[in-house]
Write a protein that binds this ligand. Structure first.
Ligand code: ADP
Length: 159
């Protein structure tokens, strides 16, 4: 049985992330979405518990997707849940430099390999940071995020 871990902040999860998970789901028996709880980021859009709960809701239609919260190194989480591969999405060449370094570090630390999935052109311009920015000024993000996230963002920015 093959398992892949897809780590990230997912603050919030958007359609670019969904596409990567759906494609990974076709390649692996299990896909574990690992939500980073970063105590240094004091003001997330959504707390990690809510992010985890919403992401679970977004992938309720995919039987082999699991969601966990992580507070330690990705390689440690991968080891503890039995993941063989780390999945990362690539939007543009600008992502690559940083991602390459991380992949090399993770490989050195634990032997785990990273699989890069290039984003389709439809969602390549989307990032969580941009979604947060647009939503802050009450812009319409409905084309970019799944329904449960949109619902929660409307609630968050209602006032
Ligand atoms: P980070 O790990 O920097 O907190 P995110 O939570 O935003 O990043 O994203 C997690 C993963 O999803 C990363 O591999 C990132 O490259 C990928 N990703 C982010 N946005 C997109 C997108 N629009 N299309 C495909 N992959 C994406």
């Amino acid at each position: 049985m093959t398992a892949a871990i897809f780590p990230g902040s997912f603050d919030p999860l958007h359609n670019g992330h969904v596409e990567i998970v759906e494609r990974a789901h076709r390649l692996f028996d299990r896909v574990i979405v690992a939500v980073l709880r970063n105590p240094q980021k004091s003001d997330p859009l959504f707390p990690s518990e809510l992010r985890e709960q919403l992401i679970r809701e977004c992938f309720a239609h995919l039987r082999h997707v699991e969601v966990v919260t992580m507070q330690t190194l990705v390689v440690e989480v991968a080891r503890s849940i039995g993941a063989d591969v780390i999945i990362r999405g690539l939007r543009a060449v600008s992502d690559f430099e940083n991602e390459l370094q991380m992949a090399q570090m993770n490989q050195q630390l634990s032997g785990i390999e990273t699989l890069f999935i290039p984003t389709g052109s439809t969602y390549s311009f989307i990032s969580s940071r941009l979604i947060r920015e647009v939503a802050t000024f009450v812009g319409d993000v409905s084309l970019f995020v799944p329904e449960p996230i949109l619902r929660e963002m409307k609630e968050r920015f209602r006032d």
